[in-house]
Design a protein around this ligand. Structure first.
Ligand SMILES: *[C@@H]1O[C@H](CO)[C@@H](O)[C@H](O)[C@H]1NC(C)=O
Ligand SMILES: *[C@@H]1O[C@H](CO)[C@@H](O)[C@H](O)[C@H]1NC(C)=O
Ligand SMILES: *[C@@H]1O[C@H](CO)[C@@H](O)[C@H](O)[C@H]1NC(C)=O
Length: 309
C-alpha cells in the first residue's frame, strides 16, 4: 500500500513481461495510441529478430496444394459462443461445449494442414475483429500489396497436440491464424462473413468487459473457411497484439470477403474502450511491420473436382 503507484506498475510490468510469453497481455498495459512503445513492456514487439506482423503481402512463390480440410464437430450446428468486448477488440470465444457445460473446453472447428513443412491438426479457439473508423479509415492490419481493407477477422488456431493455446504459443509454428480481409458489403460478389446478427445486440457489447453468450450454427464459419482458405498468402510472423509472440503461422486469405455494413457501422460507432462510453474503440490495428527477408507464399488449392478453386 505504501509503495508509490509508478513503482508498483513497473514491477508489475516486468513480471508480466517475463511471464506473458504465452499469454494475452492485460489490456491496461498497452494501447493502440502508441504501438511504437509496446516494446518497452513487451520485448518481442520491438525485437527485430522476432519477425513481426502485420506486413504488406506480395508474393514470392506460388504453391499448389490439395484443399485444406476444415472439420466441424457434429454439435457445431448449435454451439454456444461467448462474445465479448475486452476494450481492444470484439472477440468470439468458441471453446465452449453446449453439451457439457462447465467441463473442459472443446473445440467446434479443426483445420488439418498437410503441406510440408507444416503438418498438423489445429483447433479453432477464438476469432476477433480489427476495424477502422466511421470516417472511412481502413481497418485491416495486413495489406495485399498496398491495398488495405475495411476490416480484418482473425481466426486463432492452435496445434491440437498441445493442451491449449497458451502452451502452443511457446513453440514456433504451433499457433496458426487465418486472416480474412473484409470489404463493406456492397456490389461485390465474394463470400459473405457471417455476423450472427450481432449488429442487433451491439448495445450489450458497448462497454469494456461486457459479454454475452448466444447459440450459433458454426457450420457457417466452416463453410466460409473452406472458401477463404482456397487462395491465401502464407508466412511466418507474430501475434499483432502484445506480447507479440513470434512463430505464428499466418494464412491470409486472398479471397476478398464481404461483411455487413451495419455490423461495421456498429463496430465503429457503438463500441467503447472503457466502461463509461468515453472513448470509442476505433482503428484497433497495428501498423505494418518490417518484412525483412521473409518469404511470402501464395498457396492455391486444387479443388476436390480437380479444378483450381
Ligand atoms: C472461453 O470460454 C471458456 C469456457 O467458458 C473459458 O474457459 C476460456 O477461458 C475462455 N477463453 C477466453 C479466451 O476467453
Ligand atoms: C481439439 O479438438 C478435438 C475435436 O473437438 C478434440 O477431440 C481435441 O481434444 C482438441 N484438442 C485439445 C488439445 O483440446
Ligand atoms: C451498386 O449497384 C447499384 C445498381 O447497379 C448502383 O446504383 C449503386 O450505386 C452501386 N453501389 C455501389 C456502392 O457501388
Amino acid at each position: 500500500m505504501s509503495q508509490p503507484l509508478p513503482a508498483r506498475q513497473l514491477v508489475l510490468s516486468l513480471l508480466l513481461a517475463a511471464s506473458v510469453i504465452g499469454q494475452e497481455a492485460p489490456v491496461d498495459l498497452w494501447s493502440y495510441s502508441s504501438p511504437a512503445s509496446w516494446g518497452r513492456t513487451f520485448p518481442f514487439c520491438s525485437a527485430p529478430l522476432h519477425l513481426q506482423s502485420p506486413i504488406a503481402l506480395t508474393v514470392d512463390r506460388v504453391v499448389l496444394t490439395p484443399p485444406l480440410k476444415v472439420i466441424a464437430d457434429p454439435g457445431a450446428h448449435d454451439w454456444v459462443v461467448e462474445v465479448g468486448n475486452d476494450g481492444r477488440r470484439l472477440e468470439l470465444n468458441v471453446t465452449m461445449d453446449p453439451r457439457a457445460r462447465g467441463a473442459s473446453p472443446t473445440y467446434p472447428i479443426q483445420l488439418v494442414i498437410d503441406n510440408a513443412p507444416l503438418r498438423g491438426t489445429y483447433n479453432l479457439t477464438m476469432l476477433h475483429f480489427h476495424w477502422g473508423d466511421q470516417f472511412g479509415s481502413p481497418g485491416s492490419e495486413h495489406a495485399a500489396g498496398d491495398k488495405f481493407f475495411d476490416a480484418e477477422a482473425h481466426f486463432v488456431f492452435f496445434d491440437a497436440s498441445f493442451p491449449n493455446l497458451e502452451a502452443a504459443q511457446e513453440v514456433p509454428g504451433k499457433v496458426a491464424v487465418v486472416a480474412v480481409l473484409l470489404n463493406r458489403e456492397g456490389n461485390f460478389s465474394g463470400p459473405t462473413f457471417p455476423t450472427f446478427g450481432l449488429q442487433n445486440n451491439m448495445d450489450q457489447l458497448a462497454t469494456r468487459d461486457s459479454h454475452f453468450s448466444f447459440r450459433a450454427d458454426l457450420r457457417q464459419l466452416q463453410a466460409l473457411l473452406r472458401v477463404v482458405l482456397s487462395r491465401m498468402f502464407t508466412y511466418f510472423g507474430s501475434l499483432t497484439t502484445p506480447p507479440c509472440t513470434p512463430g505464428v503461422v499466418w494464412m491470409v486469405s486472398s479471397v476478398e470477403t464481404d461483411i455487413s455494413g451495419s455490423f461495421l457501422d456498429c463496430l465503429t460507432t457503438q463500441v467503447y474502450q472503457d466502461r463509461f462510453r468515453l472513448q470509442r474503440l476505433v482503428n484497433n490495428r497495428r501498423p505494418l511491420q518490417q518484412r525483412s527477408n521473409r518469404v511470402v507464399f501464395k498457396q492455391i488449392s486444387l479443388g476436390s473436382d480437380g479444378l483450381l478453386a
